[in-house]
Each structure stands twice: as C-alpha cells, then as structure tokens.
Design a binder for this molecule. Structure first.
Ligand code: HEC
Length: 182
C-alpha cells in the first residue's frame, strides 16, 4: 500500500469508528447532559440543606415523592400564576397540577420497562411514550425536543444506569386531567 492508499483507508475507517460510541462513553455523555440540562432541578426532590434548598441526591431523579401530602394548590389570578412545592417536584399553574416523573430504572414505578424508542418519542412528540397523554408543563419539551438522537440515546443510557428508586408518582390533577384525556 502506498502513502495515499494508507491515507484513504484511514479516512474511510475514521468516520464509522467515531460514530460507534461505546456504552461507557454514552453513560458519561448522558450524565453530563442530565447534569447540565437541569433534570435534577425538577426530578430530584429538594430538601433544606445548610445553605438553603438543594436536591436530595440519595433520591436522585426519583420524581415527586409519593409519601408527600399536599393541600390543594393556591388559585392565583396572576401575574404570579405558577406555584411549586418545597421539593420542586409538584407544580401548579394554568394547566392544573403536575408531578415530576420517576426517571430511575425501577421496573414498576420508573422507566425500567421503557425502550430507547419510548424515551426518544416522548421527548420528540411531548406525549407519554410518543402516543399517550400530553406531557404537561413545566417539563421543557419545547426545548428538549431539539436534542439530537445521539444525545437522547446518551441520556436514556445514563438514566438506565442509575440506582432504581421505588416511588409511584401521582397522576396530574385539575385541568391537567382534561388535557390528559384528549
Ligand atoms: C422545569 C422542570 C423540569 C425539568 C427541568 C425537567 N423535567 Fe421532566 N418532567 C417535569 C414534569 C412536571 C413532568 C410531568 C409532566 C406530566 O405529568 O405531564 C415531567 C415528565 C418527564 C417525562 C415523562 C415521563 C412519562 O411517564 O411520560 C420524562 C421522560 C422526563 N420528564 C424527562 C426529563 C429529562 C431527561 C430532563 C432533563 C434533560 C427533564 N425531564 C427535565 C418537569 C421537568
């Protein structure tokens, strides 16, 4: 093989090899994206720490705690129209009351039985598993639907690698229920 042939062969091999992200690469990239895209801000329950409220990482990404008893949400008339519970996991607004989902791989209460396609289609379409009820605010679907397929694969691969937490998040209530049944 002459020099030119070697160069062409190297070029031909480089592109497909770069596209083949390995499983550990995906977990690392997914962790980075989940951390910097704020998923813990809403999906990890917040507790009061020494310096103020902070996500309780012992319950990382397990969603709104099922044990938390909440009184009816305030009904403001605006311009302050959104309220959040102390955990940052329950939200009330013009859409009703929504509770952040359990994103851990628990099979019964989290994403344990989800496939990559279920996850990608949920984020792309803004509907549960791509065909169920509409995903309510404040889940940033309008922004996250712009993630690339590779990013959504990395995020889902990472989410499937974290410790499972058994926590059954309640269904949305109020006007959310109407949106939900559409
Ligand atoms: C500003 C708060 C907020 C942020 C940030 C946020 N979420 Fe959410 N997310 C929610 C809420 C609230 C729901 C529940 C909405 C509902 O019940 O319709 C939700 C629902 C979801 C669902 C749907 C679960 C299902 O069963 O259909 C997935 C998947 C999800 N979030 C993943 C993520 C990921 C991944 C990130 C970070 C990249 C993230 N979320 C960041 C608030 C948030």
């Amino acid at each position: 093989m002459n020099r030119l042939q070697r160069m062409l062969l190297a070029l031909a091999l480089a592109a497909p090899l770069a596209a083949l992200a390995t499983q550990p690469d995906k977990v690392t990239r997914g962790k980075y994206l989940v951390t910097t895209s704020g998923c813990n801000d809403c999906h990890t329950p917040w507790v009061m720490g020494p310096k103020g409220p902070e996500p309780d990482m012992s319950r990382m990404l397990s969603g709104h705690p099922e044990s938390m008893q909440l009184p009816p949400a305030p009904q403001p008339s605006g311009p302050w129209i959104v309220s959040a519970a102390a955990t940052n996991t329950a939200w009330s607004g013009p859409w009703g009351v929504s509770f952040t989902a359990n994103l851990t791989p628990d099979a019964e209460t989290g994403l344990g039985k989800w496939t990559q396609a279920n996850f990608t289609q949920t984020i792309r379409t803004g509907r549960h598993m791509g065909r169920g009820r509409a995903i309510l605010p404040p889940m940033p679907i309008p922004m996250y639907k712009h993630f690339t397929d590779a990013d959504l694969e990395a995020i889902f691969t990472y989410l499937q690698s974290i410790p499972p937490v058994k926590n059954r998040v309640p269904e949305p209530i109020g006007s959310a229920a109407k949106v939900a049944s559409k």
